[in-house]
Ligand binder design. Structure first.
Ligand code: ACO
Length: 321
């Protein structure tokens, strides 16, 4: 059996503070009704003092390592997806490595915004298959609240903070488990539709998130349904074979429209957007961990992970748990 990668454990972490739509309506001209009807979001977690992308990532990583039965020192590779690093450098992955007490491993960040976790999973899977490490931590972690324009009601109501992680282990077992197919895409022509208006090399500031929501919505439904079809075709499977879809949690309407295009029933979709809002790279591993821990996702089941974000970037991964 050829070497492949298996999800050996999942974990997640959310900031302590939870902010409801009603609280946001006291700051900007919006309402709980508008936010719920257009997005499905009811609340989000917002990082407080002392909570950063690295601390949330380390908490999620500790939970994933515990679930895998391994020790932190077994980890040989950390790939961390984020658009909100603690610092421009060093990579947040190295801060997580230090927080976990791992003396030596490979550690770096991946920047693909909301599809960052899918990109990180693809990179870690490739590295495990060529023998770069035996066990990897793949993390999506964000503090989106720190790049939001809190005066802009069209964006500030949509996002939240959090982290999710998986331990990915190399395996030679012939039990059918593991990552079966991954497809990743980018189309940089659409950069201006969803971007941050600052950065070290342009403005020397951190900047704020800007978005043309309606355009993003349209592209998301088209691209996500297409890429899910691609991973199924690569593995020779049909939508009817899928046990669970764990989608990027940007908007309940995007998730519904994408599922409808593929003829997938709502009961097979894991939804957390109502409680987490859009946590960018953290959203897929946060939702995955929730559904693993509450017993919905079982060992041996077929799961599709999918996401789209700024760039545009998008991707999907088909995993036998
Ligand atoms: N509260 C009240 N009214 C608002 C708010 C708000 N928070 N935000 C915008 N509005 C108003 C607008 O000003 C506009 O008013 P007008 O008609 O008087 O001009 C009206 O609501 C409609 O605005 P639209 O932007 O056309 O509303 P739409 O139905 O497209 O919904 C939304 C906006 C929710 C952003 C939607 O376009 C969307 O979800 N897009 C996808 C964006 C997304 O999820 N991005 C996340 C990152 S990318 C990704 O993860 C896939």
């Amino acid at each position: 059996m050829r070497r492949h990668s298996v999800i050996a454990g999942t974990g997640s972490a959310l900031p302590v503070r939870c902010v409801t739509n009603a609280e946001l309506a006291q700051r900007v001209d919006t309402s709980d009704e508008w936010i719920v009807e257009r997005t499905g979001i009811r609340q989000r977690h917002i990082a407080g003092q002392g909570e950063t992308t690295a601390t949330l990532a380390a908490d999620a990583a500790r939970a994933a390592i515990k679930a895998s039965g391994l020790a932190p020192t077994d980890i040989g590779l950390i790939v961390l997806a984020t658009a909100t690093p603690d610092n421009t450098f060093p990579a947040t992955a190295t801060k997580v490595q230090a927080l976990l007490g791992i003396p030596d491993c490979i550690a770096f960040d991946v920047a693909a915004v909301c599809s960052g976790f899918l990109y990180a999973l693809g990179v870690a899977d490739s590295m495990l298959r060529v023998g770069a490490a035996r066990h990897a931590l793949v993390i999506g972690a964000e503090t989106m609240s720190r790049i939001l324009d809190w005066e802009d009601r069209s964006t500030c109501v949509l996002f939240g903070d959090g982290a999710g992680a998986v331990v990915l282990s190399a395996s030679e077992a012939g039990d059918g488990r593991g990552i079966l197919a991954t497809q990743l895409h980018a189309d940089g022509r659409h950069g201006p539709m969803l971007y941050v208006d600052g950065g070290p090399s342009t403005t020397q500031t951190v900047g704020h998130l800007r978005m043309q929501g309606r355009e993003v919505f349209r592209h998301a439904v088209t691209n996500l349904s297409a890429v899910m079809g691609e991973v199924l075709a690569e593995a020779g499977l049909e939508p009817g074979d899928i046990d669970w879809v764990v989608p990027h949690q940007a908007n309940a309407r995007i998730i519904d429209a994408t599922a409808r295009k593929l003829g997938l029933p709502a009961e097979r979709i894991v939804l957390t957007v109502d409680r987490h809002a859009n946590t960018s790279a953290a959203s897929v591993p946060l939702a995955l961990d929730e559904a693993v821990r509450d017993g919905r996702i079982q060992r041996g089941q077929l799961v599709v992970l999918e996401a789209m974000g700024g760039g545009f970037t998008w991707g999907a991964s088909l995993v036998r748990m």
